[in-house]
Design a protein around this ligand. Structure first.
Ligand SMILES: NC(=O)c1ccc[n+]([C@@H]2O[C@H](COP(=O)([O-])OP(=O)(O)OC[C@H]3O[C@@H](n4cnc5c(N)ncnc54)[C@H](OP(=O)(O)O)[C@@H]3O)[C@@H](O)[C@H]2O)c1
Length: 128
């Protein structure tokens, strides 16, 4: 992990109140946006709320140049969000993956099962 997770989480929390406007404009500055560009980011709890908003925020901030692993229990929500992100940001790559973080004994195997081309995660946003 090369990035500080806390700054991303903090910015996500502070932008919750403006959740409806997140999809229109990123609150990240241009230098933060350029640092996140080209990275692979894993977000837990990405099917709703802050996790979902963070996915949109990062897609916008990176100018669409980002790879997002979106995880949560509701895969149908993740698939819908993935399709929407890829439609809005044609360069964005999204991998929706079912994960229940309460089943923590299963997490090491879940990590091993991440497809090889996605396994080099730069940032973890452990929101769930
Ligand atoms: N909203 C706030 O003002 C606020 C303030 C401080 C802290 N927080 C914390 O920030 C986090 C997110 O809040 P939120 O308002 O965005 O909540 P939310 O709208 O209820 O979303 C929670 C997300 O976490 C996922 N999730 C819940 N249980 C899970 C599990 N066992 N395994 C995997 N994913 C799980 C849900 O997806 P699935 O149901 O599909 O799994 C959903 O995507 C929470 O931990 C909350 O306590 C929120």
């Amino acid at each position: 992990m090369k990035f500080s997770v806390s700054s991303f989480v903090f910015k996500s929390l502070t932008s919750t109140l403006a959740r409806n406007s997140i999809r229109k404009m990123s609150s990240y500055g241009s230098s933060a946006g350029s640092r996140i560009a080209g990275k692979t980011v894993l977000i837990t709890g990405a099917s709703a709320g802050i996790g979902e908003a963070t996915a949109y925020e990062l897609a916008e901030a990176s100018g669409g140049d980002i790879r997002l692993i979106l995880s949560a229990r509701r895969v149908e929500n993740l698939s819908k969000i993935s399709k929407d992100l890829e439609a809005k940001y044609p360069k964005v790559k999204v991998l929706p993956l079912a994960l229940d973080v309460s089943k923590y004994k299963e997490i090491p195997q879940w990590v091993k099962d991440i497809p090889q081309e996605w396994s080099n995660v730069d940032v973890l946003i452990n929101n769930a």
